[in-house]
Design a protein around this ligand. Sequence first.
Ligand SMILES: NC(=O)c1ccc[n+]([C@@H]2O[C@H](COP(=O)([O-])OP(=O)(O)OC[C@H]3O[C@@H](n4cnc5c(N)ncnc54)[C@H](OP(=O)(O)O)[C@@H]3O)[C@@H](O)[C@H]2O)c1
Length: 272
Amino acid sequence: MGKVVWITGASSGLGLHTARQLGMHGFDVIAGARSFGQGKAVEHCRSLPLDVTDEKSIDAFTQRALEMAGPPDILVNCAGMLILGACEQYGIGEIEQVMNTNFLGQVRMIQKVLPLMREKDGGKIVNFSSINGLLGIPFEGAYTASKHAIEGFSECLALEVKPYGIEVMLVEPGDHQSGSAAYRRHSGGITEASPYKAAFDIGTGVIAHDEANGSDPDRLGEKMAKVLKRRHLPKRLRVAKGDQRLAVVLHDVLPAWAFDRIIGSYYKKPKK
Ligand SMILES: NC(=O)c1ccc[n+]([C@@H]2O[C@H](COP(=O)([O-])OP(=O)(O)OC[C@H]3O[C@@H](n4cnc5c(N)ncnc54)[C@H](OP(=O)(O)O)[C@@H]3O)[C@@H](O)[C@H]2O)c1
């Protein structure tokens, strides 16, 4: 059997496509997601229920996964969610939910596998960030904060675990066609009376359009399989179309006011 991979958020989207591709490429994949407790499964993988916000669920997943395949060679942290909303009007509970899933969920899994990886003198940890881990766009404040958090955490982690033969890679996807609407809620703060309502409707229309016309998630899964077969991981795997890659470069080289003007006007123009 190939290298053992634990992957979270594998019931939908990029996690599902990555898990399936890894399974097809001979990895021994243990796929986790909450809905796997309700009969869902992924081809070429073994699936187990997993809620990354719940320590007990993580403990049960770990115990079962260890029984099934032994300690993981690779952890892929993909579980994620998005609540679109205005920074002023997010409920604190909404921000907590996004941070708890996207950031703390990854941290919990990392802390769970590290002792296992240190014991076997090596491993690979792959954390899903986003282009939003590198720059902000309107109405994705909570999500963008969670992705910036995992960027910073992963950089620190990589330095700390290198002496134990453990490598860390950030995946930074641009828009992909995979997202399920169920994981893209609107904040309760956006009511008809919200001062942000008109801008929110246009901005989130652009976001939905870009995602619907985004890249093929299977291609990302294939790239992941190729990269994870390498002896060493790159620090970052950016999988995005040219305009989104360009946005990251412009964010880093332009004065902030100029970048804000470009990105602000992009999300003010409705797309057909
Ligand atoms: N799609 C894109 O365009 C895009 C772009 C950039 C980055 N990303 C990142 O890529 C990852 C996947 O996004 P996606 O849009 O492809 O996926 P998605 O279709 O939104 O699916 C989200 C996945 O996360 C799982 N999940 C949510 N909460 C969970 C929890 N508490 N515990 C365990 N699993 C949980 C869901 O499964 P259950 O409901 O079954 O638990 C599902 O499998 C995310 O980290 C996202 O931020 C996506």
